[in-house]
Design a protein around this ligand. Sequence first.
Ligand code: F6R
Length: 613
Amino acid sequence: MCGIVGYIGERDAMPILAKGLQRLEYRGYDSAGLAILSNGTLTTHKRAGKVADLLEHINGETIPGTLGIGHTRWATHGAPNDVNAHPHESFSRTISIIHNGIIENYSALKKELSKRGYKFRTETDTEILATLIEDIQKNTGAQLEEAVRLALNEVIGAYAIVVISDAEPDKIIAARKGSPLVIGIGEHEYFVASDASPIVEYTKNVVYMNDEEVATISRVDGLSIKTIRNQVKTPYIEELELNLEEIEKGGFEHFMLKEIYEQPTSIRDSMRGRLNARAGTVSLGGIKDYEKKLLNADRIIMVACGTSWHAAMVGEYLFEDLARVPVEVEYASEFRYRNPVLGENDVVIAISQSGETADTLAAVQLAKSRGATIFGICNVVGSSISRETHAGSFTHAGPEIGVASTKAFTAQLTLLTLMALRIGHKKGTIPESRYQTLLAELDRIPEKVKETLKTDEKVREIAETFSSVRNFLYLGRGYNFPVALEGALKLKEISYIHAEGYPAAEMKHGPIALIDDDMPVVVLATNQSAYDKIINNIHEVKARNARIIAIVSKGDTVISEMADYTIEIPATAEQLSPIVSVIPLQLMAYHMAVLRGCNVDQPRNLAKSVTVE
Ligand code: F6R
């Protein structure tokens, strides 16, 4: 959460920061600000609201200066207003800082600094850090880099920070622990950002910073990196795989819609080089070295949050069904704090689009410290979780910018299916013919998803009918139960309609009390194995006057007759059905949000990358 960007070079910093903030806005969008250092003078502008509000406030003025920092915020400490917006200045306003993370011991630090006579203007933890750096400089005469390093030794918590000072006008200091930071290296210029999106337009050479590293970028000496314990590190320069087109809307009205439509490609990309249906093989290079651990695991524990947790639930069905290994699915936030029993024969699979989710990262670190082997399924290359795991596979979904996760979810399901199939086949728990059939069907999934996208107009019409309701229920069984949860989450988060996902049969143990003609019910009814049971569940709902929207397999006549609205999707194997059946639910949430005038890509109170617990 929070996006940070910095620039030092020969061009005007302001347009680079403004564009960078727009690209990073998906990370947090309750206030924004920037500071430019020119001729030893710091000029700061900040505003509650979106980056557009900040730019309107600046009113087209270009603040001259070739060094600056910018921030887009998701509030943790202090309300989202002009004052609490970043950048923050130290007590005497000589130092300016942007920060993504939480300084957990900020109140102890504040008390100490207050005793020494410092006053504070904001409610943020970040301002404390700025003044702590100033205080260290005052007491020790240290240069900025050294003072930042010493200050970070006193800090408990997570941070990605960029610091500038009017006393050292040719330098940027950046540091990270727990929150991501990447440095772009151009010709006589450097960029620092929370992710590569503000950088890719200018250079493909990047250095991903590691935890507890402090980078000094100087116009004179270039880039150097030390740890906070003063050990010199050699920057490891990598080439970015990201393209500019991938982070632009490409003619779509919203990133979310673009990302929904990208799924035939992103699913195919996630299989590329891994699935060879003709040869009947699945190869996963990233897990090769630790595959034995998966084959011999007593138990698999999947940890994740939000949509990735729903993918993990589908993963549970897949691994138990195909690889016959017990699976537990855990909310990372619960797992990390409940002293879980873990051993050497346990395998943990951490699933995360961003690879930065604080709770998932902490769960990984805990499991690792207890001797478990950790696999990662992440979308962002270079992300913290992907670097913390022993092995793993990247979902090649491309950058996901809409805050509501769509293409990352289907890419995660693709990877989990490939893993479960490979492990099941190697263990001999799937009959050969079944294995070959599933591989062939998986290969057809991108086409089936493309076909499913043709339901868009019909889904929009249904959304029109229901856009003013206040509640929704989503029901599914078996593989479609996690999809019901995911459909409900999508609707809640972007259209602000209250929605619940339930296992269809569990409904009668409580939620059925809510059902009346004002409670539309979406039923995922593509399962072959529980078909009759789903029909019974639909009867139960219909008897209470609910209007039913059924997602059925093409050619279904029975459920179509019973439902008030039917969305037909291509039939597929039950194990693969979530990848297809989630598509109309994503479209439904999207259209509902548009019809209700909601901000689809940046829903209120949310942020894309949840780097605080
Ligand atoms: C929902 C959504 C969130 C994320 C969750 C985990 O649409 O995007 O629920 O799924 O915050 O994020 P990652 O996958 O980045 O760990």
